[in-house]
Design a protein around this ligand. Structure first.
Ligand SMILES: [Zn+2]
Length: 82
């Protein structure tokens, strides 16, 4: 499964993806993209996918350019700096 960006009911954007080793479903806040994390199921260390998130965000920007909140704009700027 490819990582997906999902907007929660609270308006936060999270990354949904699977552990590459055990396939467990994982969710991380977008803020954690590119950071190291550990799978709670198999204790594998991995990096929260960020490249794909940047691609998805740029798609979002094109699609929702008028409706994006300032918070998401801020995150896009942040991710472009990585
Ligand atoms: Zn795992």
């Amino acid at each position: 499964m490819k990582p997906k960006l999902v907007k929660t009911l609270a308006g936060k954007v999270v990354i949904k993806y699977r552990c590459f080793k055990c396939g467990d479903k994982l969710v991380s806040p977008l803020d954690d993209a590119g950071l190291k994390d550990t799978c709670p199921n198999c204790n594998t260390n991995f990096v929260v996918p960020d490249r794909v998130c940047r691609q998805l965000l740029s798609q979002w920007t094109k699609r929702y350019s008028s409706g994006l909140s300032n918070a998401v704009h801020g995150l896009i700027k942040l991710l472009q700096l990585i």
